[in-house]
Write a protein that binds this ligand. Structure first.
Ligand code: THU
Length: 161
């Protein structure tokens, strides 16, 4: 018998950033600053990410492109790999992601790509506690997921190996 497996995906939509708590808003502001140093000469799409660790440390990342296109890396993975490399025993509490186009000063929707979702899922699984994801929604809106499970319901983890 065939049946449908359904997943509940909850995303909190804030119409204004002022609705965010202080920690989320300041992390988003760090992510916005991080777009300034993105290296994106091919796409001109500047992505910034910021990661809040358990001890209050904030790690920044941005996209780093390459003339051999697939050799570049997204902002979220640049940031979380830096966190994993430098603070391996710290839990990741929250990740903020934003984007803007070159020469524009307003921020546009930033949805982590599939590969970044998978990498976030790895760190969430490793630490066995949820990572909150704050995403720029465009036109002043902010999207918040309380867990990476909301971004990648059928994720692949070490349990599947
Ligand atoms: N990009 C990110 O940094 N994060 C994502 O989740 C989506 C895409 C970057 C990769 C590339 O440098 C540019 O955006 C255009 O795809």
């Amino acid at each position: 018998m065939a049946w449908k497996l359904a997943f509940d995906i909850f995303v909190t939509v804030h119409d204004e950033e002022s609705e965010l708590d202080k920690a989320a808003l300041s992390l988003l502001q760090v992510a916005r600053q991080a777009t300034q140093t993105a290296y994106a000469p091919y796409s001109n799409f500047y992505v910034g990410a910021a990661i809040l660790l358990d001890d209050g440390t904030v790690v920044r990342g941005n996209n780093q492109e390459n003339a051999a296109y697939p050799s570049g890396l997204c902002a979220e993975r640049t940031a979380i790999f830096a966190a994993g490399a430098n603070y391996p025993s710290q839990k990741v509490i929250m990740v903020a992601v934003t984007a803007r186009r070159k020469d524009e000063d307003f921020f546009i929707p930033a949805n982590p790509c599939g590969a970044c979702r998978q990498v976030l899922a790895e760190y969430q699984h490793k630490q066995a506690s949820p990572i909150r994801v704050i995403m720029e929604g465009g036109q002043g809106k902010i999207y918040v997921c309380d867990s990476v499970d909301m971004l990648l319901p059928m994720k692949f983890t070490s349990l599947d190996l």
